[in-house]
Design a protein around this ligand. Structure first.
Ligand SMILES: [Zn+2]
Length: 127
């Protein structure tokens, strides 16, 4: 389904956007909150520098807005339409979802952001 070489692979799993050979993140588990956003400086396979310019990843905040909305919509649909909860309960469900998934939302946003600027490059894979 989702394989190396697809943009989606890097976006979902945080793999290096150029070679998809390793994770950009030092800590695999995003819920280790002190390390959620700690990244390697360069890919050890293709030597791609992740932070292309200073504060490059601040731009990912625009993306996280969109990703947050997507999670909120899912939370709303599940609680309001499937469980027929009240609007207040649906709202609470959204807030809990956004807080609970925050580390994932932040990482996925970074992954999407960097993938807007870099693409998979087959020639980088073998080295
Ligand atoms: Zn790489």
């Amino acid at each position: 389904m989702i394989k190396k070489g697809m943009k989606l692979y890097s976006m979902l799993f945080g793999a290096c956007p150029k070679c998809h050979q390793e994770s950009m993140y030092i800590e695999k588990n995003p819920y280790k909150l002190s390390d959620t956003l700690k990244m390697h400086e360069r890919c050890s396979h293709c030597n791609t520098k992740y932070q292309m310019e200073p504060s490059f990843f601040y731009g990912s905040m625009y993306v996280s807005y969109g990703v947050g909305i997507a999670f909120a919509v899912v939370a709303f649909v599940i609680s309001y339409l499937m469980f027929e909860s009240s609007l207040i309960m649906a709202f609470i469900a959204i807030v809990i979802t956004l807080i609970g998934f925050m580390p994932i939302i932040m990482r996925v946003s970074r992954n999407i952001w960097i993938n807007l600027f870099m693409s998979y490059d087959k020639t980088k894979v073998k080295k």
